[in-house]
Design a protein around this ligand. Structure first.
Ligand code: NCD
Length: 309
């Protein structure tokens, strides 16, 4: 299976989603280590990160290493981006020096990866590793993989997930809202009114302001971080009120169905959207999400490298 770019979940056909998840399950079952797969074609993965990252960055690097691909990392600070070099000039420079097969791009502006992928000057396969408040497709795919490993490969249809918190600023919520219904899941986004996007009616998912009203009805909850760095200076946030109504506390977790699971893409703000007891408790899939991110990104990088021959 090959894909050209991965900018949005909407770029993928149902067949491509199924193939990527199937391949990621294979990797999860066999847990290949560095050097186990002397892959052909050998590829080079250029990581270009204009925003901070721990999980996404290291899991792409680990995925590439396990496939036998080389990587090169450029971050905004410490590169000529800090001197004002444009995104196009930076990509052209990397193409001339590194000649990457795949470009993994994280950027604060919505649409930056799509803009690069569409450029006549772009010679690489582009993966969106998070663009502004827009999308984070590999996160949604690893979340789907994690849910399938929990509930079974054919076990998602009819399951209900609540995605809770700062929805309006969350690229993770947006990509999951596009992906999980295609796998048969019922999605309800839950947030205070000011954290729900104005266009929520067009998302094609349920929405609620009442976490206590939905908590006992779901098979999974995905808690999100409050994205303070994306809030305007004028936005006043009452963290205590948010915590009281929307945090996954021990008391709320006790009202979940017995088999329900708790997820979080990280980084967590412990004590704000999730308590220590829940984050580290038996329902938590948070560490598995990170682990599954490696297998899922192996499948994505492989499909992109195959596409580039
Ligand atoms: C998220 C991101 O950067 O979009 N984290 C991640 O990639 N796992 C979510 C966040 O920053 O809150």
């Amino acid at each position: 299976m090959s894909i050209n770019h991965l900018v949005s979940i909407a770029d993928l056909s149902d067949l491509q989603v199924d193939s990527l998840l199937a391949r990621a399950h294979e990797f999860a079952d066999t847990t290949p280590r560095r050097g186990d797969l002397g892959s052909t074609p050998s590829a080079c993965v250029q990581m270009l990160f204009y925003e901070d990252s721990t999980r996404t960055r290291t899991s792409f690097e680990s995925a590439a290493a396990r496939l036998g691909y080389s990587t090169c990392l450029v971050t905004a600070s410490g590169s000529s981006v800090a001197k004002g070099e444009s995104l196009r000039d930076t990509v052209l420079t990397l193409q001339a020096s590194v000649d990457p097969t795949v470009l993994v791009l994280r950027h604060p502006e919505n649409g930056a990866p799509a803009w690069v992928a569409q450029g006549a000057w772009c010679e690489t396969a582009v993966v969106n590793a998070g663009d502004g408040t827009h999308e984070h497709p590999t996160q949604a795919l690893l979340d789907a993989l994690t849910l399938q490993r929990q509930f079974g490969r054919d076990g998602l249809a009819g399951r209900h997930i609540a995605i809770v918190g700062d929805i309006v600023r969350s690229r993770v919520a947006r990509s999951n809202a596009l992906l999980l219904p295609r796998l048969g899941m019922k999605v309800t986004v839950v947030a205070p009114p000011e954290m729900l996007p104005a266009d929520i009616a067009e998302w094609g998912v349920g929405s609620s302001n009442d976490l206590d009203g939905v908590v006992s009805e779901v098979d999974a909850v995905m808690m999100l971080r409050i994205q303070k760095e994306r809030m305007s200076a004028a936005t006043r946030l009452d963290t205590h009120a948010f915590h009281a109504a929307y945090a996954m506390t021990t008391e709320r977790a006790a009202r979940l169905r017995p088999e329900a699971v708790v997820m979080h893409p990280g980084p967590m703000n412990r004590g704000i959207e999730i308590s220590d007891e829940v984050a580290d408790g038996p329902r938590s899939l948070i560490v598995q999400q990170v682990r599954n991110g490696v297998w899922l990104r192996m499948a994505v990088l492989e499909a992109l490298a195959v596409g580039r021959g």
